[in-house]
Design a protein. Structure first.
Length: 198
């Protein structure tokens, strides 16, 4: 079995599954379930926080859902025009989700360290997306690819969090800093994507 091809398939499948996950928030009233059940009632009733939470999960899910396709050499070679269109949708999704995520991070469950971790992730996500966009506008395709890979690794942190969060809750009985593991997981993805496009 080709390990690189297998890991690429895992990235694609988990990106699609977690990318679709926000749909649950539109189908089922999640105010007292899932992630929102740990939030104080006054926060959930805050219309600004609630709206930005939905912006974050909706556009973050969209970025996760479509971003992996940008690393397919076959897809890119088949239609550069489609690659550009999907890329623009991806960049707008990341910019909107990261800005909303930065606001939402200030109210993260887990206290100040968790808020700083998620806030830092949002800032890095925004900056790397901007750098990927600016470099492609300058026709610097090497820099574009460099920043696009790093940006999707940060997007993929959503998948890693969904995998590690239940494990951390069980291991530390809810007293943990989940963001600590994300840079390492994102680093693995960066190396994986650099050595083998999806």
């Amino acid at each position: 079995m080709n390990l690189k091809r297998f890991s690429s398939k895992i990235i694609v499948v988990t990106s699609i599954l977690i990318g679709l996950y926000p749909l649950i928030y539109y189908i089922v009233d999640m105010r007292n379930q899932g992630l929102l059940q740990s939030k104080p009632r006054e926060l959930i009733d805050n219309n600004i926080w609630y709206a930005l939470f939905y912006v974050h999960i909706t556009f973050g899910g969209a970025a996760l859902l479509i971003g992996w396709s940008q690393f397919s050499i076959a897809f890119r070679n088949r239609s550069v025009k489609t690659h550009r269109l999907v890329g623009k949708i991806y960049i707008v999704s990341v910019l909107l989700s990261s800005l909303a995520g930065l606001f939402v991070a200030f109210f993260a469950t887990g206290g100040l360290i968790t808020a700083i971790g998620f806030g830092s992730l949002a800032v890095l996500w925004f900056v790397s997306a901007l750098k990927a966009y600016v470099s492609v506008r300058k026709r610097d395709f090497i820099a574009h690819e460099y920043w696009a890979i790093r940006n999707y690794a940060l997007t993929f942190a959503a998948v890693m969090l969904r995998i590690y969060l239940p494990l951390l809750i069980m291991m530390f009985q809810g007293d943990f800093l989940p963001i600590v593991l994300l840079p390492g997981c994102a680093g693995y993805l960066i190396l994986s994507l650099q050595t083998n496009h999806l």
